[in-house]
Every structure is written in structure tokens, then in C-alpha cells.
Design a protein around this ligand. Structure first.
Ligand code: BGC
Length: 457
């Protein structure tokens, strides 16, 4: 039994979040086009267990079941993502009506279940023709993305409760274009910086398109974490500051302050000053994804590892590991990092910061993810992780952060990118042979938490 939670402010919303590529499967259904991830996954050896996203969690056919599970959880918000290649199979031009119809049904099902739909427009699944034309290295991609956003918003703006244009653009720039761990698998290192500017521009253009279509509550889902230096030496402090600019402030500052951290604007392509006006279009909320803090130190001339990803030796910082509890992906478990980053954002951005929402937080717990002899899944480690992070959010609120919601990643197990099915993040277990759903103990824990918070209102 965990300790009772403190009471959250009235109106605080509890949610869950997932993405299209990780859950839907049905990659050939109803006219969907190919994406960068389809191609990436086809390369032997890239997915840990050789699994494929062909069926994944089967959400495309089973979404009513998953929505009912989230309804029974008592949650307020269901975050999901829309696959760009389902709406525009070639990335631009002709709209695929069946693709739009699918998400229309999903949204209606959520509303009928009393849930607030929170679509993300892009969770890394780029239409292949867009990539072949240069992908995020090409400014046109931002313009095409703005058009795509308008198409979706015109259809769903009357019903979507929250909008997230791009999920974690930093991950795509760093893993997708700089070091090649994720699709499209490019290794451009600092030559990849145009992908930062173009994704930011896509963010701004889509915020404007969604708002023009009548969309409400438009935000972000950027991963943020404190960057702690390995020591107080000037070299480690400088490495930490460099790393924080690259992973946090190069994203937050343009969106919230309309400027880049020092030294970045000069290297960006296009009419940067004009673009920054678009990029900093005001938001209704600022979404933060948090899993682990970052610890970095001065480079040693050797590569280092963040989880499974190698940071090349030539980068001006290296990752540092500390002893202590780790997530299934090998990240440090440190809930206080969440409290700290929520307060850092509050302080750094002041009046420019809209209300915060924790748009992702969760963990995989290998070894505790399969049904035991009693048929139940005792994922106590996940409960401990979530419980501690929820408390950290409460603490941040007490200390002055305006946080309005907390969304668990993820309602069900799903395709964890290069980890395939080896890492399960769900509150609900999925048997990948039968697609049978079984709520884990963490599902009951979250259900009780939400119920108890409601009873206190
Ligand atoms: C991503 C998710 C992913 C999760 C766990 C987040 O950074 O948005 O797609 O499943 O981390 O690794």
C-alpha cells in the first residue's frame, strides 16, 4: 500500500498518452502511405527483438476497447497521435478521406466515453516522399506540415480538447538526424541543426493553422529534464550548459521567448527573425515529457552512452552514469528531477510560460510485466515510479509551478521503437499473440488515485 496522495487543485486533469506508430498497426489499411519508420524497421538488426510494428497493439481495430479501458480508469484526457501518412499518403496534396474518417471515429468514441481527446499531429512517422525530398533538412517540410495541420484541424477542431503539434522534436533531431539511432537514421551531427529550425517553424505554422480552424488549447510535448554536471569543475559546468542548450533551451526559448540561446540563430537557415515570430505564436499550455534527469560532463575523447544510444566522441559533452535505481531503459529514476524542471521552466520563462502539463511520464519494468500464476501483473516498480513522480508534481505546484495535468505514458503496452516489444510501458498488458488486454496492478493504482482525488473535490 502506498501513502495517500496529497490533494491536487480542483480542475487538475489526469490523463494517459500514446502514439499512432506505437499502437495502431494496420500499416497498409485504408490507403495509408509509407513512413520513414516503416523503412527503418525493415533493416535487419535495428529492432532489438526483430519484432515489427505491423500489428503493434492493434489500436486501429481495437480502439473502442482501449478507450473503454481508459474511461473505466476514470481519466480525463486521452492523448493519441495522428499518422501524417494516413491523412496525406504522400505527405502533401490529396487528402485520404479514409484516414481522416478513422481519427474522426476515434475522437467521437473518446467523447462518448467522457474523455477529452488530445491529438498529437506528429510523433516521428514522416511520410516517405517527404523524407525523400529532404525531410526536416528541407524548409518545405515545415510548410507541408502546416498544410497537414490545417486539414486535420478543420476536421477535428470542433471536438479535440487539446492539441500537440509535434512530439519531442529534439529526439528526432538528435536521434533521427544527428546520431542515427532512430528513423531516418542519419548521422549528420551538427550539420543536422536545420532540422531544429524547420521543426520549430512547423510547430509555429501548425499552431496558427489549428487556431485559425477554431482549435482550442494548443501546446507542446517537449522533453525537459534538469542537466546536472558531473562535478563543479568549469569544464563539466560548461559541458552541462552546452548540453542543456541543445536538448532544452534551443526548443523552449524560440517557442516561449521568440529567440535562440546565444550562438544558435546565426547558423539557422532561412529568414530566422521572421520565422521566430511564427515560432513564438502564443500557446495555451506547455507540455513537458519527463522520464529521467540528464547528467553530463566534459568529453574525454571517448564515446559515451545514453541508454542504448552512443554519443560520439567528438560531441562537446559526455553522459555520466550514477549508481541507483534505473528504469527499464536504463535511465536514472529521480522524481525530484521532475519537480526541479517544472520550477526551472517557471522561473526561466516567467510571464511567457502558459500553464504546464506533464504530457508524458512512465517507465517500463522488465521482469514484472508478465502475468503471474494468479493471472495478474504485479508491476510494483511502475507503481512506485508513478507514485513518486505524481508527488513530485504536487511538490512543484506547492512551490509555485502552475501545473494543470499529468498524463501517464502509456495506457497499453506498445511498440517501443528500437526496443520493439522488449520494453512495456502500459498500465494494461498486451499479449502480442492474441492482442488480449489485461490491466496491470498499476492500472488499479491509477484508477484509485483518480477516484480518491475526485472524492476530495
Ligand atoms: C516518446 C515515446 C516513448 C517514450 C518511452 C518518449 O520520449 O515520446 O514515444 O515511447 O519516450 O521511451
Amino acid at each position: 500500500m502506498t501513502r495517500p496522495l496529497p490533494r491536487f487543485p480542483a480542475g487538475f486533469e489526469w490523463g494517459v498518452g500514446a502514439s499512432a506508430y506505437q499502437t495502431e498497426g494496420a500499416l497498409d489499411a485504408d490507403g495509408r502511405g509509407r513512413s520513414t519508420w516503416d523503412v527503418f524497421c525493415e533493416h535487419p538488426g535495428r529492432i532489438a527483438d526483430g519484432s515489427t510494428p505491423a500489428t503493434s497493439a492493434g489500436f486501429y481495430d481495437r480502439y473502442p476497447e482501449d478507450i473503454a479501458l481508459v474511461r473505466d480508469l476514470g481519466a480525463d484526457v486521452y492523448r493519441f497521435s495522428i499518422a501524417w501518412p494516413r491523412i496525406l499518403p504522400t505527405g502533401s496534396g490529396e487528402v485520404n478521406a479514409k484516414g481522416l474518417d478513422f481519427y474522426d471515429r476515434v475522437v467521437d468514441e473518446m467523447l462518448a466515453a467522457g474523455l477529452k481527446p488530445a491529438p498529437t499531429l506528429y510523433h516521428w512517422d514522416t511520410p516517405l516522399p517527404i523524407e525523400e525530398a529532404g525531410g526536416w533538412m528541407n524548409r518545405d517540410t515545415a510548410l507541408r506540415f502546416g498544410e497537414y495541420a490545417a486539414v486535420v484541424a478543420e476536421r477535428l477542431a470542433d471536438r479535440a480538447a487539446y492539441w500537440i503539434p509535434l512530439n519531442e522534436p529534439v529526439v528526432l533531431s538528435l536521434l533521427g538526424y544527428a546520431i542515427g539511432g532512430y528513423a531516418p537514421g542519419q548521422e549528420l551531427l551538427f550539420e543536422s541543426l536545420p532540422t531544429v529550425h524547420h521543426q520549430l517553424l512547423a510547430h509555429g505554422l501548425s499552431v496558427q493553422a489549428i487556431r485559425a480552424a477554431g482549435g482550442r488549447s494548443i501546446g507542446t510535448a517537449n522533453p525537459h529534464a534538469p542537466t546536472w554536471p558531473g562535478s563543479d569543475s568549469p569544464e563539466d559546468l560548461a559541458a552541462a550548459a552546452f548540453s542543456a542548450d541543445l536538448t532544452d533551451w534551443i526548443w523552449g526559448d524560440p517557442i516561449l521567448l521568440g529567440r535562440y540561446p546565444e550562438g544558435y540563430a546565426e547558423g539557422m537557415p532561412g529568414p530566422v527573425a521572421e520565422d521566430l515570430e511564427v515560432i513564438s505564436t502564443p500557446l495555451d499550455f506547455y507540455g513537458v515529457n519527463y522520464y529521467s534527469p540528464q547528467r553530463v560532463a566534459a568529453p574525454t575523447g571517448e564515446p559515451s552512452l545514453i541508454q542504448e544510444h552512443e554519443i560520439p566522441a567528438e560531441m562537446p559533452f559526455r553522459a555520466v552514469e550514477v549508481d541507483g535505481p534505473k528504469t527499464g531503459l536504463g535511465g536514472e529514476i529521480n522524481p525530484d528531477g521532475l519537480r526541479e524542471i517544472l520550477l526551472t521552466l517557471t522561473e526561466r520563462y516567467g510571464e511567457s510560460l502558459p500553464p504546464l502539463i506533464v504530457t508524458e511520464n512512465g517507465t517500463s519494468q522488465p521482469g514484472t510485466e508478465e502475468p503471474g500464476p494468479d493471472g495478474r501483473i504485479h508491476d510494483d516498480g511502475r507503481i512506485d515510479y508513478l507514485d513518486a513522480h505524481v508527488r513530485a508534481v504536487h511538490q512543484a505546484i506547492e512551490e509555485g509551478a502552475d501545473v494543470r495535468g499529468y498524463w501517464v505514458w502509456s495506457p497499453t503496452d506498445n511498440f517501443e521503437w528500437t526496443y520493439g516489444f522488449t520494453q512495456r510501458f502500459g498500465l494494461v498488458h498486451i499479449d502480442y499473440d492474441t492482442l488480449v488486454r489485461t490491466p496491470k496492478d498499476s492500472y488499479s493504482w491509477y484508477q484509485q488515485l483518480i477516484g480518491a482525488q475526485r472524492d476530495q473535490l
